[in-house]
Design a protein. Structure first.
Length: 266
């Protein structure tokens, strides 16, 4: 049986100092049928020179203007991808050698599952990011609305999921949460299965990481919820009703929590 092609999308901006390590972690995968799409966001450093020095026909450089939005290079990669499956790797993260093989095998063995994520090591330490219990092995939309347990550098999805849910939001008010909004929509199309084994190295302290930007978390999360509801209204009306009540419940809980905190202050 011919193994399916996986499109690996690596968005980057001025990450020449770590980009080659990310690419190498893909090239050394035990699963070999992939293409690597380096999606640039207008880098001004030596990123292109570094990528062009790596002689592997599976690597493709996709140039772009500087947007400052991670969604833009990721969407450029989706447009250029040829794979049956899509995987993402941030340019400051790394993959464990057997990541693709384990996930592709899992998806092929479970053809009704269209998305799969994994646990990850934190900053190359032995500590894993999530302690995933049995009840969280499958992430549906309701569970993700409570807490995002998907690390973008660990997920792999069938391309049909993006045909339905489209790409990442390029709106500035979703900066830092565009991946969370995407996984909410993906989970509405297909539950996201989690493999408890850490198969990536997730960098949480990069100086230039978008994660360091100050974000109004509650406000931005609610925008992600509204975008999810807009998608569900035409895609699955029953889920639209359920998630509407879920959003109301989450906000009511946060309101009560804030009130109680204020009361105990006095």
């Amino acid at each position: 049986m011919k193994l399916p092609l996986v499109s690996v999308i690596i968005p980057t901006f001025n990450r020449g100092h770590c980009l080659s390590r990310a690419i190498k972690s893909v090239l050394t995968q035990s699963y070999k049928n992939f293409e690597v799409l380096i999606c640039d966001d207008g880098s001004t450093d030596n990123s292109y020179k570094i990528v062009s020095s790596i002689k592997d026909k599976r690597i493709k450089w996709i140039p772009g203007y500087h947007s400052g939005l991670p969604a833009v290079p990721r969407n450029n990669g989706l447009k250029e991808s040829n794979g049956e499956y899509i995987a993402f790797l941030d340019s400051d993260d790394l993959w464990v050698k057997d990541k693709l093989r384990i996930q592709v095998t899992y998806l092929l063995s479970n053809p009704t599952i269209l998305a799969c994520a994994t646990n990850a090591f934190i900053n190359a330490s032995a500590k894993s990011y999530f302690k995933i219990g049995q009840d969280k092995k499958v992430l549906n939309t309701k569970k993700l609305m409570i807490n995002n347990e998907v690390i973008t550098s660990t997920i792999i999805c069938h391309k049909s999921v993006f045909d339905i849910s489209k790409g990442f939001s390029e709106k500035e008010n979703m900066l830092g949460y565009e991946d969370y909004e995407k996984w909410l929509k993906v989970s509405a199309v297909s539950d996201i299965h989690l493999i408890n084994t850490p198969l990536a190295v997730y960098k949480t302290n990069s100086i230039d990481s978008i994660r360091n930007f100050k974000i109004n978390e509650i406000k931005t999360k609610n925008i992600a919820f509204f975008n999810l509801l807009f998608f569900l209204f035409s895609y699955n009306f029953f889920s639209f009703i359920c998630c509407t009540f879920m959003m109301i419940g989450i906000n009511f809980y946060l309101f009560l929590k804030k009130v109680i905190k204020l009361l105990f202050r006095y």
